[in-house]
Design a protein. Sequence first.
Length: 201
Amino acid sequence: MTILRVGVLALQGNVREHLMALRGCGAEASTVRTPAELDAVDALVLPGGESTTMSRLLQVFNLEMPLRERLAAGMPTLSTCAGLILMSREVLDGRSDQISLRILDVSVRRNGYGRQIESFEADVPVTLLGVAPFRAVFIRAPLIEHVGPDAEVIATFGSNAVAVAQGPHLGLCFHPEMTNDARLHQVFLERAASALEVNAA
Ligand code: GLN
């Protein structure tokens, strides 16, 4: 069987940390900045950053349409924070011109945790990971306000979902690349590989 090739959208954000986490899991991982680089990968990480800026850069780098086509063809994704905002069906408090890829069946509110707890960490149990909770780092995180029937909540904090799974996609409000815990990257690789019927590493 062939090996899964994973890309990290490298317009902005913690690109290097995601590459290191993926490679630490044994995956073949590379940066994606051009349509040709997108063509060369089977699955994609959309990192955190600033969703309005990433949205504009997707257009500047001529990646919006190729990305929409790959998503429509079922390319698996791991999206975190600003990446999750891009992947959501509905964005509240976004800019009217920001891109919504409308893949994940969630409504998110940008910066929805408000000013007082702009950034915080919490131990969050994740259903896909078994008993040991995941140390979740939230940075001006989006608040998932509604989860539709196509998405499955895999972690909650307080009364809100903070992570969802939907077919080959995982969407997280927090930054898994900022801890040394690569379990969510590993789960993403396994789910992507099984959706595409290739090896994860
Ligand atoms: N608040 C940012 C946005 O709107 C997301 C923050 C992050 O990715 N850490 O895009």
